[in-house]
Design a binder for this molecule. Structure first.
Ligand code: GLN
Length: 428
């Protein structure tokens, strides 16, 4: 008998995936790059493969070289000395790190606060570990705003407070935010911190887009606020930092009281992370200053963002200007889709046999009745640019908020961004 529930339904990334879309469709959907990490980082990976130890298990904490590089990289940001033995844990991507935190800390029935929209992976990571997600939506107060930004997606502190119960164990914060691109303000982060302290909660701060903050915005690390280090674990990612999403190298930074049980969990889940690519990630951090890597990368992403928003501006379409991460939410509430437009259930006959590439025994697509998933499918097929339906980042009850948006990722080279912009002009 199969287990029921959304957590095991087919994920949105497998549906709006290149393998299910026309071959020439430009992927602005799933957030990975169409360019490789810099050569000097890839060379470090090759170099690591030439050594014997880097082809074998790492210590479950992560390779010392990477932990030392992380320590050096983050100490100033965190405003404290970091112990590479007890306060840093290398994980198999940020996802596994977060999952391990839930394994380590959630007991059956413990509640976890998720701000909506939320990166969809959080939900199964919580529920698989007996946790209960409690949703606090960010409210898009964009009506009448000429050029909405991430700041216009408002957190209601009273709503957050009301969501806390005696079973609340943890708040998940994601800043810069996927999919909104919101960089939480210092005031907002302080409000979350105050609530975490008042109710004795843990905070998991997913900061995988920390290196992509635009327009001089301030990235506030909740772990650095007074009284927060003890209760916060911060999540980072080599994939996002170095355009290496397939490497599956991430990290957690936090107090020993959080890292130690999480290490125990992670050791039993994956034992250790990919060894040679940890060496390469270490080289990325060690040499980033010499290559002026992060400022250059941010500038390149800002240029890609410009290309995308210009086409939406020219079309007179409304979107949320992201202050961080690499996503733009386009308001697609007025996009007309023909009633008889064929969606996947009836896609055979469109010149190729449609087949779910990851066959699931569960129907993937209650997902195809609402507006946002239909609009994203329609745009991928007819405009040739894929995006992700934002309704997927909501619980069922609040899904309606997400129906108005499609998420476009701008982590693609500038030529691809221009080509996508050219096609998106056909949305007019
Ligand atoms: N984090 C990426 C995104 O939001 C990829 C997610 C995934 O593939 N699981 O697009």
């Amino acid at each position: 008998r199969l287990k029921e529930g959304r957590a095991l339904a087919q994920d949105v990334w497998s549906i709006y995936n290149a393998v299910n879309l026309p071959p020439d469709c430009l992927n602005l959907g799933q957030g990975y790059m169409n360019f490789a990490p810099p050569l000097w980082i890839r060379e470090a990976a090759e170099e690591a493969l030439r050594t014997v130890p880097a082809n074998h298990y790492s210590h479950p904490k992560g390779r010392l070289r990477l932990r030392e590089a992380l320590k050096k990289h983050y100490e100033a940001d965190f405003g404290r000395t970091l112990d590479a033995e007890t306060e840093i844990l290398v994980t198999s991507g940020a996802n596994e790190g977060q999952y391990s935190v839930f394994v380590a800390f959630l007991e059956h029935g413990d509640e976890v606060i998720l701000f909506e929209p939320f990166f969809d992976q959080y939900l199964p990571s919580v529920t698989f570990n007996g946790g209960v997600p409690v949703y606090v939506p960010l409210h898009p107060r964009t009506a009448g705003v000429d050029k909405p930004t991430g700041h216009d997606w408002k957190m209601d502190v009273d709503e957050l407070r009301r969501a806390i119960t005696p079973r609340t164990k943890m708040i998940v914060l994601n800043t810069p935010h996927n999919p909104v691109g919101k960089v939480f303000t210092r005031t907002e982060v302080e409000a979350i911190a105050d609530i975490a302290k008042e109710f004795n909660l843990l905070v998991m701060s997913d900061e995988v887009y920390e290196c992509l903050v635009f327009d001089g915005e301030e990235h506030v690390r909740i772990a650095t606020l007074p009284g927060m280090w003890e209760r916060t674990v911060t999540v980072g990612s080599a994939g996002k930092s170095f355009a290496a999403t397939g490497w599956r190298v991430g990290w957690l930074i936090g107090p020993e009281s959080i890292i130690k049980p999480t290490l125990a969990a992670s050791t039993r889940i994956v034992f250790c992370s990919n060894s040679p690519l940890q060496e390469a990630a270490a080289a990325g951090l060690e040499l980033s200053k010499a290559h002026n890597f992060f400022p250059t990368q941010t500038k390149e992403y800002a240029e890609r963002r410009e290309v995308l928003i210009k086409v939406f501006d020219d079309l007179g379409m409304k979107y949320t200007l992201p202050q961080g991460s690499y996503f733009v939410l386009l308001d697609i509430s007025d996009l007309d889709i023909p009633d008889d437009y064929p969606f996947p259930e009836s896609l055979n006959g469109r010149g190729r046999d449609f087949k779910w590439v990851f066959p699931s025994t569960r129907p993937p697509c209650s997902i195809f009745s609402p507006h946002s998933p239909r609009a994203c499918w329609f745009m991928a097929m007819e405009i040739g640019v894929s995006s992700i339906p934002v309704s997927e980042f909501y619980c069922e009850e609040h899904r309606n908020i997400g129906e108005a948006y499609a998420r476009f990722a701008f982590c693609k080279d500038i030529d691809t961004m221009h080509a996508a912009a050219e096609r998106l002009k056909n949305l007019s």
